[in-house]
Write a protein that binds this ligand. Structure first.
Ligand code: 13P
Ligand code: SF4
Length: 320
């Protein structure tokens, strides 16, 4: 505890001394989110993180999240230094979407509009017409449906089927999934619902369709948080990564939040949804990054950056 306190103070001092803006995702640890609050940083969903990094006048962005979030910050702000506590913080969706596979898919569906989830590499973004985050996906699906063109969607199969169901568009869907959200399971959820009959079920759209079908509300991390704040309900079952509980409980101290159960491939019920890559953002790794920015920098090759910038700008204008 004492060691943690002194690491916390050291991290806070360094952030101030280096005049860095700490931008953290809701899935980082409670300690990281506390640090972010103390340092006057920003905590948000992936769309908000992108916008805040772009609009900041600080020259050093410290992104506590996973790699695609750091890359997005660098693509939007090439003149800023973007560092991450641990450059090995991947995302299972990014990892399952190889750019060469996407090129092959594109050649099979040359008529389709390529829409990539933000949880992808800069290379994949550079091959795409649009980028979306979960908070915009359905809206963009509806917009593209009106244009009458099919969508080639990468890489999350569950979000893809949710967009298709909500917007009635023709969609060619990549088979990827997030290892965290894919583990929510409808029968286990039914069990928790029975035990908490008054609770509303709030779910991230990366969860399987059978779980999304049981939700009272489906949305991005920020949208889930806002829904919980505004709702008159007092109890909620939350189907997303467990660290969002930090902000949920802070924003709604009088409400009760219950974890939707996660089931392993062997059928065991595990208590909570935990993203291992988000967990790499520790006080130690953050301090190392601030002390050694040259070995923690996110860099994107210029021609890839320019290719990825177009669909990212399109997304930001669409959401404005
Ligand atoms: P949000 O855009 O909802 O923050 O989602 C990011 C993410 O990685 C979900 O798993
Ligand atoms: Fe990627 Fe899933 Fe982790 Fe989000 S929770 S960063 S989608 S692996």
């Amino acid at each position: 505890k004492k060691k943690d306190d002194s690491l916390f103070d050291e991290a806070l001092e360094l952030i101030k001394k280096k005049n860095a803006l700490l931008i953290a995702h809701y899935y980082t640890s409670d300690t990281m989110q506390r640090l972010c609050e103390a340092a006057g940083g920003f905590i948000g969903d992936s769309l908000e993180m992108a916008r805040v990094g772009r609009d900041s006048d600080k020259n050093l962005l410290l992104v506590a999240g996973v790699r695609f979030m750091g890359e997005t910050a660098k693509i939007l702000s090439p003149d800023k230094t973007v560092i991450m506590p641990d450059l090995k913080a991947e995302c299972s969706l990014d990892l399952c979407c190889d750019v060469e596979d996407l090129k092959r898919m594109k050649s099979l569906h040359p008529e389709a509009t390529v829409v990539a989830y933000a949880n992808t590499s800069a290379q994949v973004k550079a091959q795409s017409d649009w980028i979306v985050t979960s908070s915009l996906a359905v809206e963009l699906g509806k917009y593209l449906t009106k244009q009458g063109k099919p969508i080639l969607w990468v890489p999350d199969r569950h979000l893809g089927s949710y967009i298709a169901a909500q917007s009635d568009c023709e969609i060619y869907c990549w088979p990827g999934r997030c290892i965290v959200h894919d583990s929510f399971e409808e029968n286990a959820l039914d069990f928790v619902k029975k035990e908490n009959p008054n609770a509303l079920v709030l779910v991230h759209p990366e969860a399987p369709a059978s779980v999304v079908a049981k939700a009272d509300y489906v949305g991005s991390t920020s949208q889930i948080l806002n829904f919980a704040k505004k709702s008159e309900a007092k109890e909620f079952i939350i189907g997303t990564e467990k660290h969002i509980f930090y902000k949920l409980m802070q924003a709604c101290p009088d409400k009760k939040f219950i974890e939707a159960p996660v089931v392993s491939s062997a059928g065991h019920c595990i208590s909570c949804a935990n993203c291992p890559w988000m967990g790499l953002n520790t006080l130690e790794s953050l301090i190392r990054a601030l002390n050694n920015p040259e070995s923690h920098g996110v860099n994107v090759e210029e021609n890839i950056r320019l290719g990825a910038l177009k669909p990212l700008d399109r997304m930001l204008s669409f959401s404005a």
